[in-house]
Design a protein around this ligand. Structure first.
Ligand code: TYD
Ligand code: MG
Length: 454
């Protein structure tokens, strides 16, 4: 029998140590070391499949390496395909994280059921076959080539794969897997790491794309060591409030595409529906005009989105005025308030200011600045902004209106959605194609207010 050997692993970063230590030298976290049983290195056979991985590779000249640029696997789910960078890359390994109950299993099963030209193997360690079947009934798609396997041992999974030869493999979830080569319990750092590396080897050798569903911890990080994120090609995150119907799919890392793409889904009784025109859901249609609302034309990745900003400015009830913001950086809000105070003479220092980005989104695009500023002033002065007006510009520290990237796309989207006027920076005017929407080119915050409120 092999001699059992144990080591201590940091549960936060996966660093290994021979003895217990209180403060992890690699990630600086406290009290994260836990003892796990590992097997003696000498007994460790190469797990996973085949002896192929044992073969030594030889170097090749980069120009002699053959590749085909357009060999991505097309997938039916357009939102997912876009976030992945335009389809699934063969042999890629995608880590898909999200809070419990957000809809990870639903999205993965939906993917398996929609790809009716491909053979998909959905491995579940969390739910029974009956449960998955029931969910499939709810979703309503059907794929004659979708196989369900309830299994948690990687060796057994590889055995099944050899006979089945699927085109896509989905593992739900990586925390439930265990490999026979390591003795510690499923979900521990060393198991997660070893199972993931077996799957990684499998994906690279077989060119089968693999989706790994991963849990996230209370503080929003992917459970398991950071090393998991380093190993995989793509890290996707499924976000949203469980009490809201909208779910956002973001990529945090992508070796095959941009990371600033955004996918939007709506959770319905029959699974997740792709939201192809998000601007329509992000802007509330209302009959009466209300003060404190401004619409900004922002970009999420390459996707133009019109987003509603709501502000409420009221006299401070206590000595220290409150500033609160949802979906927008609080420090940036303070900066914009300071600009308004200093450059435009609005006395906001004695007011409470609340800001909210509608739809539960978080916006980092600086082009939302002008919309934020206008929403605040609209609320402060109690004058409504016409719902046909939108904004796309950054505000500088001296109150200057700065240009933003890809303004033509923003204008086009605003025009498409029926807006009649847009405020942009005057430095953005150069080379702008003619648009059917009235463009206000402004250079200072004061000009905007003059044109807006007269
Ligand atoms: P699930 O995919 O099980 O979440 P995860 O795998 O991320 O833990 O999603 C479960 C939630 O989704 C559950 O609360 C019910 C809801 N849901 C719907 O609203 N409609 C549906 O069609 C399905 C399948 C689930
Ligand atoms: Mg699940």
């Amino acid at each position: 029998m092999a001699k059992t050997k144990s080591a201590f692993f940091c549960q936060s970063c996966g660093a290994q140590s021979a003895k217990w230590i209180g403060n992890c030298p690699s990630c600086n976290e406290w009290n994260t070391y836990v003892e796990e049983i590992i097997q003696g290195e000498g007994d460790k056979k190469t797990p996973g499949i085949s002896a192929k991985s044992q073969r030594a590779n030889t170097p090749h000249l980069i120009n002699e390496i053959t590749f085909s640029s357009e060999n991505r696997i097309e997938i039916q789910d357009k939102e997912l395909a876009r976030v992945l960078g335009g389809g699934l890359v063969p042999g890629s390994i995608v880590l898909f994280g999200g809070e419990p109950g957000i809809g990870k299993s639903t999205l993965m099963l939906q993917l398996a059921l929609k790809e009716n030209k491909l053979k998909v193997l959905y491995v579940s360690g969390e739910e029974s076959e009956q449960q998955i079947r029931m969910r499939a009934e709810r979703i309503g798609y059907s794929n004659p080539n979708c196989y369900i396997l309830t299994e948690t041992s990687t060796q057994n999974i590889f055995k099944q794969i050899e006979t089945l030869e699927p085109n896509i493999l989905i593992i739900d979830s990586i925390q439930t897997l265990h490999t026979a080569y390591i003795d510690s319990s499923p979900g521990s750092i060393s198991q997660i790491r070893e199972c993931a590396s077996e799957l990684l080897r499998f994906a690279k050798e077989s060119s089968i794309p693999v989706f790994l569903v991963g849990h996230i911890t209370k503080d929003g990080n992917l459970a398991g060591p950071k090393i998991l994120e380093h190993m995989v090609d793509t890290v996707l995150q499924f976000e949203g409030d469980r009490n809201h119907v909208y779910r956002l799919l973001r990529s945090q890392k992508n070796r095959f595409g941009s990371t600033n793409e955004l996918g939007i889904y709506e959770m319905q009784g029959s699974g997740l529906r792709e939201v192809n025109n998000p601007s329509e859901i992000l802007i509330t249609t209302r009959d009466e005009q209300l003060s404190g609302i401004a619409i900004s034309a922002t970009l999420e990745g390459v996707r133009p989105l019109l987003i509603e900003t709501q502000a409420l400015v009221s006299s401070a009830a206590y000595g220290t005025p409150q500033r609160s913001s949802t979906g927008f950086d609080l420090r940036r809000l303070s900066m914009l308030l300071a600009v308004l105070e200093k450059r435009c003479g609005f006395k906001l220092g004695i007011k409470d200011v609340f800001l909210n980005i509608a739809g539960g989104l978080r916006v980092d695009d600086p082009a939302i600045d002008l919309g934020v500023v206008c929403a605040i002033l609209s609320s402060s002065e109690d004058i409504a902004i016409s719902p046909k007006v939108c904004f796309a510009a950054e505000v500088g520290l001296s109150g200057e209106i700065r240009p933003v990237t890809r303004v033509d796309q923003r204008i086009l989207e605003a025009e498409k959605l029926g807006f009649e006027e847009i405020f942009i920076s005057k430095y953005n005017l150069k080379g702008l194609p003619k648009a059917g929407i009235k463009i206000h080119a402004v250079s200072k915050v004061e000009d905007v207010f003059e044109q807006l409120f007269g």
